[in-house]
Design a protein. Structure first.
Lengths: 291, 567
């Protein structure tokens, strides 16, 4: 069958219900919700004062362990601090850890991936085996290993999470580069007489890295979960800092009596991960449509 | 094959009831009608062909006859009878009883139509299992027997092979065998030979002819009139979902009444001498392409094509050998090949898939180094020069590939693609100058300037190939290496691209190394021809000699197998 007819069939499957074609241009409801939630997170991270209802660290013994109410939307903790305001205050920390960790992972992965794909056979062998060894450890275990060596704290936790995500990115980047390097359009650029550096900068890297940035959006959610897990274990952000994982850990003791102390920070972690994942997927879809 | 006459089975008043009788078939997708009332009828032992360009609705028509028009489609018919049974408004359950048993289907690409993980024999047995009660041993024997009937060499062994282990031609045979499994009285073949080499195509068409002579009615779908010419009793020409012309094959081919039919006939390059234009100047041939005939044809056609044999070759391949490692030794993809291409001349390189043509192209472009031998560009070392020295020379030799789309950076629009090429020749040029050059290039290949901001993905196959040619021309090369540039295109679009290359050559004195598996295309395009088989050149010479009086038995076979309009 010829390509034109193929194209027709795709149109057909998209046009299952009337007017499906214009509808494809509009983002889905899930995507819109994710955008709204991410916008809230951005405000909470950069201008927490705008959305906080109480000072996040103000102690009030009389208001301890209050369930959610109009005055305290998410309830209060053992010291009477407003949980909603603390969750908002923790957004900046959690997002910063997630984004920084992903960035560290990406840069490290890019270095390893480029080294493997352009450094010759020996480098490729070395990097690929190293990545395989790192893959053999569960990511969190690798992060724990780094913390054991470097000591606990938010900075080391961030670095640890970044390090443990790097092998995954390295492998993807290497695969992308190897595939694109031998793609027909790169060969066409060679036939035109372009210098290798120009081909690398103008053709290979953009095609390899742009889809990766989209992928990184998905990675931010994962990094936040891992960083929260480390804080929960007491290896990342330390109390009384308002960090979601640390708040979960603090609420653990009162799980039976004050469920809100764990549920709301947990919901934020889940919500943030879901929102970034949905956004990442939407971006992936768009990138694929461009191709 | 039975001899064809215009009256065979086509007589509507004959007493024999038709195998298939459709009237007023309409197919719509989401409110947009793509087939507007097609009627056709197939008699026992008759082959009816539907011919038309991509998008003309021929495939959708064929599929509707199996109740497979596709998701989201709505089909309506005035009459639909298969073997005398009324199927208008039949449900899925009823259709399942018809498919395979009453109507068999053969698709273009056997590789995707057969399960790659199962032996082909098993695929054939499947059809038997669904529709017939048979002992497993009998089924197996029957499958082998079917493979034998379609001319599969060593059928018992082949039945145990997976589709990926068979060559394209054998795979197509296996697919035909599975379509024949239940001995359906009607066979629908949708572009059954489009992906195949000429010799294989000739064998598959011969096989379909045998099946027809046993009384099976065949509906043959193709974009290429030359393919159906040898087999069809009646021809329907479709355009935009309508039958524009219908009649006995001989009449339609000899005395076409409609412009669309004439364009399809004119587009067939076989037996058309060099220099003769293939495209009829139909203004609506490829409407988006802008002014298709904008390139001015200069002077009488014969003049420019005569190339003085004394002029030194601009590209010389000297005793090239290239081998690749395979398990247990090395495979010689190119074995002692010597070729010359002179300015203003087209050298046609023809051979089947796997004969080493593309490796020759890659050697000529210095994308791969020969094991021995040398490539000279304008008398200077080319293949042996270091890449650093080669790079400034690269603009002198351009390339056009079969798959234009994958040769473009997917992130760039047409403007970016051409700009990238323009910069190689005029690195210092300002934005405005480059923009003008891009517009001029688009104009040269018959594309409107409005194409510039579009992405190649949104262009048609013919437009993409025009962009690829424009990119190759940007550097004003002396030699153009065209590797199967029209193989993925419909004949009518193919004709336009071939005409374009012809015009450009006449205009700029380009030397063309033109590679194709299609003998008709090669014959039409080439001044001289080289025939390649299994890495070796078996025959070289002026086109008229090679085609008029081929010496090597392989060339004789190739020439005999090329599909022709007139038998």
């Amino acid at each position: 069958m010829s390509e034109l007819e193929l194209r027709q069939t795709t149109v057909v499957s998209a046009a299952e219900h009337e007017a499906a074609r214009p509808a494809r241009r509009l983002p889905r409801v899930g995507t819109l919700l994710a955008v709204a939630f991410t916008a809230f997170l951005a405000v909470a991270a950069f201008a927490p004062g705008l959305v906080e209802t109480h000072p996040p660290n103000a102690i009030s013994a009389a208001e301890a362990f209050q369930p959610p109410s109009p005055a305290h939307w998410f309830g209060t903790d053992e010291s009477g601090r407003d949980l909603y305001s603390r969750v908002v205050a923790g957004t900046g920390t959690s997002l910063l850890i997630g984004v920084t960790a992903t960035f560290i992972g990406l840069v490290l992965g890019a270095v390893l991936g480029v080294l493997a794909s352009f450094g010759g056979r020996v480098a490729d062998f070395g990097v690929s085996r190293l990545v395989e060894v790192l893959f053999a450890f569960p990511g969190l275990l690798l992060a724990l290993l780094v913390i054991v060596v470097a000591g606990p704290g938010p900075v080391t936790a961030t670095i640890a999470v970044g390090l443990s995500t790097a092998p995954g990115y390295a492998r993807i980047i290497r695969g992308q580069l190897v595939a694109i390097r031998s793609a027909p359009f790169v060969e066409s650029a060679r036939v035109l007489g372009h210098a290798p550096r120009r081909i690398l900068v103008r053709h290979i890297l953009p095609n390899a890295l742009v889809p990766l940035l989209v992928l990184a959006t998905l990675g931010v959610g994962q990094a936040i979960v891992w960083a929260s897990a480390l804080s929960y274990l007491g290896l990342g952000a330390q109390p009384p800092a308002a960090e979601w994982g640390a708040m979960l850990a603090a609420g653990r003791t009162y799980l039976a009596t004050a469920w809100w102390m764990t549920v709301f920070p947990g919901l934020m972690i889940v919500g943030t991960t879901v929102a970034t994942t949905v956004l990442g997927r939407a971006l992936t879809r768009r990138d694929r449509e461009v191709r | 094959m039975t001899s064809r006459s215009d009256a065979t089975g086509a007589d509507p008043v004959s007493d024999v009831p038709p195998l298939l009788d459709v009237a007023g078939l309409r197919v719509a997708f989401g409110g947009r009608e793509v087939v507007h009332g097609v009627s056709l009828r197939i008699m026992p032992g008759e082959c009816v062909a539907i011919v038309g360009e991509s998008g003309s609705g021929k495939s959708v028509t064929a599929r509707s006859l199996l109740g497979l028009a596709g998701r989201g489609s709505s089909t309506s018919v005035d009459r639909l009878e298969v073997l005398g049974r009324d199927l208008a408004g039949a449900g899925e359950r009823e259709w399942r009883g018809v498919r395979g048993r009453s109507i068999g289907l053969i698709l273009q690409d056997a590789l995707v139509s057969l399960d790659p993980l199962r032996p082909v024999g098993r695929e054939i047995e499947d059809a038997l299992r669904i529709h017939e009660r048979m002992a497993p041993a009998a089924r197996r024997a029957h499958a082998v027997d079917l493979l034998d009937r379609v001319g599969m060499p060593d059928p018992a062994v082949a039945a145990g092979r997976r589709s990926g282990e068979l060559s394209g031609g054998l795979r197509q045979r296996a697919l035909i065998a599975s379509a024949l499994a239940l001995d359906p009285p009607i066979l629908i073949a949708d572009e059954p030979t489009t992906a195949l080499d000429v010799t294989v195509q000739a064998r598959i068409l011969g096989l379909l002819g045998e099946i027809r002579s046993r009384g099976t009615g065949i509906l043959l779908i193709s974009h290429d009139l030359a393919v159906v010419a040898g087999l069809a009793d009646r021809i329907l020409v479709m355009r935009d979902g309508q039958v524009v012309e219908e009649g006995p094959a001989g009449r339609v081919l000899r005395a076409p009444r409609e412009a669309d039919t004439r364009a399809l006939i004119a587009a067939v390059p076989t037996d058309r001498p060099r220099g003769e234009r293939l495209g009829i100047s139909a203004p609506d041939a490829e409407p988006e392409a802008g002014a298709a005939g904008r390139v001015e044809a200069s002077g009488p056609l014969g003049d420019a094509t005569a190339v003085d044999a004394a002029t030194p070759p601009v590209l010389r391949l000297d005793r090239l050998t290239k081998t690749f490692p395979v398990p247990g030794g090395r495979f010689a993809a190119v074995d002692d090949v010597s070729l010359d291409v002179r300015r203003g001349e087209t050298l046609g390189l023809v051979g089947e898939s796997g004969s080493g043509k593309t490796t020759v192209a890659r050697l000529a472009l210095a994308l791969t180094a020969p094991d021995s031998g040398a490539v000279l560009l304008d008398g200077k070392p080319w293949s042996s020069a270091p890449e650093r020295e080669r790079r400034p020379m690269r603009r002198r030799i351009g390339a056009v590939y079969q798959d234009a789309l994958s040769s473009f950076d997917p992130r760039w629009p047409v403007r970016g693609i051409l700009d990238d090429a323009v910069r190689t020749v005029r690195p210092g040029a300002g934005r405005r100058e480059r923009e003008q050059r891009i517009t001029a290039l688009l104009d040269q290949v018959g594309l409107a300037a409005s194409v510039a901001p579009r992405r190649p993905l949104t262009l048609s196959g013919g437009q993409r190939q025009r962009v690829a040619i424009a990119r190759a021309l940007a550097a004003a090369p002396d030699v153009l290496v065209c590797d199967e540039p029209v193989s993925a295109l419909d004949v009518t679009i193919q004709a336009q691209i071939l005409d374009l290359l012809d015009d450009l050559q006449r205009h700029d004195g380009l030397a063309l190394l033109f590679i194709s598996h299609d003998l008709g295309v090669i014959r039409h395009m080439s001044d001289r021809v080289a025939v390649m088989r299994a890495g070796r050149l078996v025959e070289t010479g002026p086109a008229e000699d090679v085609f008029g009086s081929p010496r090597h038995p392989y060339t004789v076979q190739l020439v005999a197998d090329a599909p022709r309009l007139a038998a």
